[in-house]
Design a protein around this ligand. Structure first.
Ligand SMILES: NC(=O)c1ccc[n+]([C@@H]2O[C@H](COP(=O)([O-])OP(=O)(O)OC[C@H]3O[C@@H](n4cnc5c(N)ncnc54)[C@H](O)[C@@H]3O)[C@@H](O)[C@H]2O)c1
Length: 251
């Protein structure tokens, strides 16, 4: 497989190592200082592009790959309000596009357990639910895409919860949104974002009743697991047409 890496930051560098380990060739590396090289001529050398950049640049980068006819795997978070537009463009161009808010196998297992547990809690009732995510200080978006996916999973299985809300009592969120008065938004799942050191990612879903606390937690020990998932997604996407997610890969 010949790969292009778009975004040569923490993830791009880890992906480069794993591509080499798995016998693939990196034929193009595009970062902010050579962003003009992201064009059809340069992309034509690659079978697939792996895009891990910033919330402000991901949409255009993926769009350029799809318009150039290059299969693209993206994991950039914080921009996905426009994801459906790119999925439509991919289908229109008969291209190939894989997106996941989290490429860790363990997190994707957590997504499934999360939905199962939400369905069970929905049946028994009596629990309040909240989500906490902790990431490194450089992370640009909050809440994390993974926390939002967890919230959406609970919402899909629940008759009680109608949406999610940022917990403005977390220091990083102060000022972004006003703290919701507890009584005013009882049907919203609260998501608390914390930023600490170099933490690659910790997600905790907490159910609390009057009598007990039940928690699901996933901790990423090394960023390598995320990069490995993205490279496996690229291998899966090569030669295919269409829009794919981790659910397709895990089947
Ligand atoms: N889906 C997942 O599993 C997963 C895992 C880790 C990180 N992420 C997300 O991936 C993104 C990148 O994470 P990171 O930790 O590598 O961040 P990072 O800040 O270390 O790297 C981002 C890189 O993108 C570059 N960049 C900026 N604008 C660009 C442009 N126009 N063209 C090309 N490159 C450009 C920056 O110079 C930087 O090198 C973030 O949104 C993060 O939340 C997702």
């Amino acid at each position: 497989m010949k790969a292009a890496i778009i975004g040569y930051g923490k993830m791009g560098r880890e992906i480069e190592k794993i591509l080499a380990e798995r016998g693939h060739e990196t034929v193009l590396i595009v970062d902010a200082d050579n962003a003009s090289e992201l064009d059809a001529a340069h992309l034509s050398r690659a079978d697939v592009a792996l895009e891990f950049t910033t919330p402000a640049t991901a949409y255009q980068n993926i769009r350029r790959c799809l318009e150039s006819g290059t299969a693209v795997v993206s994991g950039t978070t914080g921009w996905t309000a426009r994801l459906a537009e790119l999925e439509a463009l991919c289908r229109e161009k008969d291209g190939a596009f894989f997106y996941a808010s989290n490429y860790s196998l363990g997190v994707n297992l957590l997504f499934r357990i999360n939905r199962r547990l939400a369905a069970l809690v929905n049946r028994v009732g009596g629990y309040d639910v909240s989500i906490e995510e902790i990431h490194h200080l450089q992370k640009k978006d909050a809440p994390s895409g993974t926390a939002i996916t967890l919230a959406e999973g609970i919402l899909a299985e629940s008759d009680t919860w109608k949406g999610w809300v940022v917990d403005a009592s977390a220091p990083e969120n102060a000022g972004e949104l006003p703290a919701p008065p507890a009584a005013a938004a009882p049907e919203r799942i609260s998501i608390r974002s914390l930023r600490e050191g170099t933490v690659p990612g910790i997600h905790t879903v907490t159910y609390e009743s009057e009598d007990d606390i039940l928690q699901l937690r996933h901790t990423i020990k090394h960023r390598r697991t995320l990069a490995m998932g993205a490279v496996i997604a690229a291998e899966f996407l090569c030669g295919k047409r269409g829009v794919y997610t981790m659910d397709d890969l895990l089947k």
